[in-house]
Ligand binder design. Structure first.
Ligand code: C5P
Length: 229
């Protein structure tokens, strides 16, 4: 199992209101970054890592990376720009059939089992696959003045998580199409859908949370502890 692993980690994490990017905040005794990379490494010890970092990042240290084969990629202004930079690097070097998984560094609670199930789905689906969970809350559409305009039926609605995985050729085509059309891509699957392809939803654990707000760190620590028990 030696997929290419693109890990966008170039965000400033401004919603965390911390002094450093969120991946360097302490979670259960170690930086968030260390947890996420350890999970990826446990699932894919021979994976090849492309870590997208802010070129001005002064907290990163090479010793934090457990992979033998890895490189640092300069991230961009938005998450999609960071991933696009890594896809561009790969496009010049490896074949279109190579499987590539994209995983947010801000998701340290992803399990080895989910990572492996997702990878198996990527290998058997031409349109790729993503971890996702069914929506459990009732969803409201807002009217712009803080009032409910409508209730959105949640049947068939899923929350997209990461990793998301595709063959490199599909991912490259998705980013090219998005650039031509000038659309923002909040996840890779959205770009692949624009090619007329339907990625497979792989039901993943709902505790694969993305650390976004300060309170998420305490929650992530509880999740990691519960997963160890
Ligand atoms: O900001 P958000 O939580 O959506 O970011 C998701 C992931 O994308 C994080 O791991 C973050 O570091 C990364 N990111 C990036 N480049 C950016 C913005 C976010 O690699 N310009």
């Amino acid at each position: 199992l030696a997929p290419w692993l693109i890990v966008p980690a170039a965000g400033r994490g401004t919603r965390m209101r911390a002094d450093c990017p969120k991946q360097y905040l302490e979670l259960d005794g170690r930086p968030v970054l260390t947890h996420t990379l350890a999970r990826l490494h446990d699932a894919f010890p021979h994976g090849r890592l492309l870590l997208c970092l802010d070129p001005h990042d002064r907290w990163f240290d090479d010793a934090m990376v457990p992979f033998a084969d890895w490189r640092r990629i300069d991230g961009g202004a938005e998450r999609a720009d960071s991933v696009a930079a890594a896809v561009g690097w790969l496009g010049e070097r490896v074949g279109d059939d190579e499987p590539v998984l994209v995983h947010d560094l801000a998701r340290p609670c992803v399990t080895v089992e989910d990572l492996r199930r997702l990878y198996a789905a990527v290998a058997s689906n031409e349109a790729g696959a993503l971890l996702a969970t069914p929506v459990t809350d009732t969803l409201k559409h807002a009217d712009g003045a803080g009032r409910v305009a409508a209730t959105v039926p949640r049947d068939g609605l899923w929350r997209a998580l990461t990793p998301q995985g595709f063959r490199l050729g599909v991912l490259r085509a998705a980013f090219e199409r998005a650039r031509e059309q000038g659309v923002a891509m909040t996840d890779e699957a959205a770009g692949v859908e624009r090619l007329g392809l339907a990625p497979t939803l792989v039901e993943g654990r709902s505790d694969n949370l993305k650390i976004t707000h300060p309170e998420d760190l305490a929650l992530a620590a509880l999740i990691l502890r519960a997963q160890r028990e």
